[in-house]
Design a protein around this ligand. Structure first.
Ligand code: SF4
Length: 344
């Protein structure tokens, strides 16, 4: 068995670089109230998650719907306050420093939404949609704003850009709308981009084009990217590392190559086994596998949260004690007792 030492820091990140983003022991818990005021527990959507994201790296967070990946994204965007833990951007806690500091942080983060049509105001022209973030950023010169808008549309291959400036979102195809959403996310030259299921609402024929576009802009701009998806079949297009998330926890972290060719966690293995044709319209989605339902996040199972669905569960251990992350290869960690030599 390839078992190594337990990990405290994120050994799966590029070790030589100071991370752009550090997430430390993050908990995003939502309080439940009975009769509107009596404390009735928490929904533990993100529970003790840690990772580092260096500059210029793209990572994918993969998990079934309801696993907590959206809450993780919202916390990183500064939209929900964590119950506990830290989110450090360039070494500073994003929640320390008040409203101005949060505003300055958000200026450095681009966000690509899942539903491009819903993300674009229907009553605004493409020019106006792209101009707004520049106005908010204090770009006063109209000519400069227009130049920047044209460049942005060119970058996302909406061409010729001049033909789109006075169009409204409903006049564009789904793929063109998502390109405009990406242009808006990039127009202020952010250091980090968060892409939330950016292709899940697009036709299969357009998905690969959009993923390739994201890959291109990520490399050209040396952007740090967090790609949130439920679809493991799409991650190979541009993520350097994959984090597999289950019931509020990151259960396996490794390079994309390692996850796809040398997965360790029984859940990751099940996900990969279920992918037959990654580009097929009806490709198997994570929600269909493995058999069983993800647990409640209000009262998750003790021990390993995957144990009720795990065929390899070790009786008397997995249902009692939570596994820690152990290193099982270069830049590869997994939270599973099968790989922890201290399980005896
Ligand atoms: Fe299965 Fe146990 Fe590993 Fe959890 S810790 S994935 S239950 S073997």
């Amino acid at each position: 068995m390839n078992t190594q030492k337990s990990t405290v820091v994120d050994v799966t990140a590029r070790s030589t670089e100071k991370p752009l983003l550090s997430v430390r022991n993050l908990k995003v818990w939502y309080e439940l109230k009975r009769f509107g005021f009596l404390h009735a527990g928490y929904v533990k959507a993100v529970d003790n998650v840690s990772f580092d994201l260096p500059r210029g790296e793209a990572i994918a967070v993969v998990g079934e719907s309801g696993c907590g990946k959206s809450s993780l994204m919202k916390a990183i965007l500064g939209l929900v306050h964590p119950h506990d833990g830290e989110i450090l951007f360039e070494g500073k806690n994003i929640w320390e420093g008040g409203r101005e500091a949060m505003r300055a942080y958000r200026m450095q983060v681009g966000y690509v939404q899942q539903d491009p049509y819903g993300a674009l105001p229907p009553f605004m022209t493409i020019k106006r949609i792209l101009e707004e973030p520049l106005i908010l950023a204090g770009v006063k010169d109209k000519k400069k704003r227009l130049e920047r808008i044209i460049r942005s549309l060119e970058e996302v291959k909406v061409s010729p850009p001049e033909d789109f400036l006075n169009k409204y979102p409903h006049m564009l195809s789904g793929g063109q709308q998502q390109r405009v959403v990406i242009a808006r996310a990039l127009i202020r030259d952010p250091k980090m981009l968060i892409a939330d299921e950016p292709v899940s609402m697009l036709d299969a024929s357009v998905r690969v084009e959009i993923l390739k576009l994201l890959d291109e802009v990520q490399k050209e701009r040396n952007l740090s990217v967090i790609y949130i998806t439920h679809d493991l079949s799409t991650v190979r297009y541009f993520s350097e590392r994959i984090f597999v998330m289950y019931a509020g926890k990151l259960i396996e972290k490794a390079s994309t190559h390692e996850i796809l060719h040398n997965p360790k966690h029984p859940y990751t293995l099940a996900l990969l086994n279920a992918i037959s044709d990654p580009l097929a319209e009806n490709a198997t989605k994570l929600r269909d596998i493995p058999p069983g339902e993800p647990p409640s996040l209000v009262s998750p199972p003790p021990g390993c949260r995957f144990h009720p669905r795990c065929e390899k569960a070790i009786k008397g251990l997995c249902e009692v004690k939570e596994p820690r992350h152990v290193q099982v290869g270069e830049r590869h960690t997994v939270a599973c007792w099968l790989y922890d030599e201290e399980r005896e």
